[in-house]
Each structure stands twice: as C-alpha cells, then as structure tokens.
Design a protein around this ligand. Structure first.
Ligand code: SAM
Length: 274
C-alpha cells in the first residue's frame, strides 16, 4: 500500500470509494500490483490472527464499524499497530469494493509475501513435503496448502510456471494455512539438483504408473511430486522421481482432481503419524 494519508497511531476512517487507499488495496487483486508491492490481501479475522501468530509482515488491517468493539478485532488491530501497520476503519461498501464481493468479510488484512529459499529446505526422517509442477488452478493450490497443514506435512515447493499462491482465490482456499505452511518457488532443474544433493526420496504420481500408492514406505524423507492439471507430470520430472505411483480408480473418470489426489497421497504417506 502506498504511503498516503498516513497518520501514525491513529485509526483512519475510510468511507469514500474513491479514496486512494481503497484503490491501492483493490489493485492487489491483480498480479502486477502484488508483484510490484510484494503484498497481498486476505479476508477474515482468522487470517489476520494466523498471520500475527506466525509473525508475518502485516501492512494494514481494515475492519467495518460494526465489529470495531469486538475484543478479538480490537486485539488484532492493536497488534498490527504495535508492529507498525496501518489500522483502517472502512464502511462495508468500501470493504465490498476492495474484496470484490457483495457480502464482504468484516475484517481484511494486507500482508507481505513470504517465500523461502529452496536451499533452506531440510526434509527429516518421516517428514513429507509436496512439490507441484506447474499447478495452474489457484483453488487447487489453496486447497493443497490447507491439506498439507492439516496432515502435518512440512511445506510446498512450486515448480516452474505456476499460479500465484497470493491471489485472492488461492488465499481464500487456504483458510489461513498459507501462514503456517512454508512455500518455495523454483525451477525444475534446480529442484531435481536439490533433491539429489539432499538425498530425499521423490515419490511421483502418474496415471501410467503400475506401483500402487499404498505400497510406498512411509518413513523416509519424502517429497510427493504432483503434476499439472492438464498435462500431468512432465517426462523429465517423472524420470527424476525415485518411484512413480498410481491411485487406483474404478469408474470411468480419466483421473482424480489434483487437490483430491494430493489429499489421498498425503494421508497415505502420513499414515503412521495421524
Ligand atoms: N491428463 C493428465 C494426465 O494424463 O496426467 C491428468 C492430470 S491429473 C488431473 C493432475 C495430477 O493429479 C496428476 O499429474 C497426478 O499428479 C495426480 N493424479 C490424479 N489422478 C491420479 C491417480 N489416479 N493416480 C496418481 N496420480 C493422480
């Protein structure tokens, strides 16, 4: 958000739909603005609370007058202010405009993006990470981040040209897990080189595999590798995997949805820990 109309320490009241702050936050719906600012928008008090717990950078919290006096909202606003963020009170019409929803959440936050370097990723014995090759659907990506959090897997590696984990749709689908799950972005060659050097086992999922997914050992340091929604795993990525597995299907569907397949695989790989 641009440094406009700042009154440090004070709650700023914003009721005009043409206020420049509204324009700045609304622009975060677009990838270009997210890239330029390194920020993104998240909706709901839970997201703001999750971000505060994980010490994520928070540029601003905004809430509607109707929830101003709720203790959790006041506590979150005080925490954001203590970290140097802006506290904004916005009419529901303004919240609807910035979130592009008819029935907006009463609390929204503007957060700083955070990606981890691949070199920092260490996969321990019995731990699981997920690698997604060219995932395109933000709803799938957000659902996978939420599932990774749910099963106690350790993080997500985004490989190649993927959708943006900080888009509105992806953030919504994570239901706050975005703040609890480390994310890494890298290229395919760098990922394969890192996997070789760090000795992790790459478990690929492939519709042409013959190995049943229930036969995979659950204790080794593992990265589960999932393919793109249309094309599946690329040939080089499939070849780089130590094992390729298939989830059997009985009906006439060609494949499972990517997020569903990831969930099935994660519950199997985490079977000894849940
Ligand atoms: N047409 C694509 C193909 O031929 O691979 C379908 C891709 S599928 C929608 C997306 C990803 O979900 C796959 O790359 C794989 O990672 C996973 N997947 C879906 N169904 C699967 C199954 N039955 N067994 C293993 N992986 C599966």
């Amino acid at each position: 958000m641009a440094d406009r109309e700042k009154a440090p320490g004070a709650v700023r009241q914003i009721t005009s739909l043409t206020n420049p702050v509204v324009k700045d936050i609304r622009a975060l719906a677009m990838k270009k603005a997210r890239e330029e600012t390194g920020q993104f928008l998240g909706e709901g008090l839970k997201l703001v609370t999750d971000a505060l717990e994980e010490h994520w950078p928070i540029a601003a919290v905004a809430y509607a007058p109707a929830v101003r006096d709720q203790p959790h909202v006041a506590k979150a606003a005080a925490a954001v202010r203590a970290r140097g963020g802006d506290v904004l009170e916005m009419s529901e019409a303004v919240l609807a405009k910035i979130t592009r929803r008819d029935n907006p959440q009463m609390v929204v936050g503007v957060f700083g993006q955070r990606l981890r370097p691949l070199a920092d990723v260490k996969v321990g014995e019995g731990e699981v990470w997920v690698a997604l090759e060219e995932v395109r659907d933000p709803g799938n990506l957000g659902t996978i981040i939420r599932t990774v959090d749910s099963v106690g897997a350790k993080g997500v590696v985004l490989i190649g040209d993927t959708c943006d984990p900080f888009s509105f749709e992806a953030v919504r689908a994570t239901m706050g897990s975005l703040f609890h799950v480390p994310l890494v972005k890298t290229g395919r060659d760098a990922f394969v080189a890192w996997a070789r050097a760090s000795g992790v086992r790459l478990v690929g999922t492939h519709l042409k595999a013959t190995h049943d997914y229930r036969k995979v050992e659950a204790h080794a340091p593992t990265v589960l590798v999932m393919g793109n929604e249309q094309a599946g795993l690329s040939e080089p990525m499939s070849a780089a995997c130590d094992v390729r597995v298939k989830i059997p299907m009985a009906g006439r569907a060609d494949s499972l949805n990517l997020a569903v397949a990831t969930g099935v695989m994660l519950y199997e790989l985490r079977r000894n820990s849940l």
